[in-house]
Design a protein around this ligand. Sequence first.
Ligand SMILES: [Zn+2]
Ligand SMILES: [Zn+2]
Length: 185
Amino acid sequence: MVERIHFVPLGLANSDGVPPLELVVRLAAEAARLLGASCHVDPSPLDVTFSYDELRRQVWSTPVLARLASRPHPPGAVVVGVTSLDLFVPVFTFVFGEAQVAGPAAVISQHRLREEYYGLPPNPGLLLERLLKELLHELGHTQGLRHCADWRCVMSSAHTVERIDVRQAAFCADCARFLHNRSRG
Ligand SMILES: [Zn+2]
Ligand SMILES: [Zn+2]
């Protein structure tokens, strides 16, 4: 569905919120395996201080998408920002991620995907699985998909980690058909 993914770590000017490079590399490897996409990880983080809200202590994700989309990237590639900072859009208290619908940019946060956020012991395997599902979800949006009513589908909307966990790391038959038809033009 996506042939090329360019991963960019995001953080503040003081490096706060930059995700561990190893985590981004593992996510890229999983995406390459699952989607057969050519994945590249940018080793130098992008400073998103311009979109940081001091009062909310969160990053407004929409301007970050515009910044990512304006970076030079090959045609057909999707640029995915990955951060440990908490993300928001003004109508929601937080978002796990955001993407441009039928556009080249997406952003995902590991902040609320970590078990530690809920006072539980770290679970690196579960974190990677949740990140991968969030990645697939946002990639689906970049390919023009909207939210899906099938709660097992990775395109179903989720505002809790429990809802992410019941999703499969896969598109339902309808969403898969949409992506297939789109990629055939
Ligand atoms: Zn969505
Ligand atoms: Zn679906």
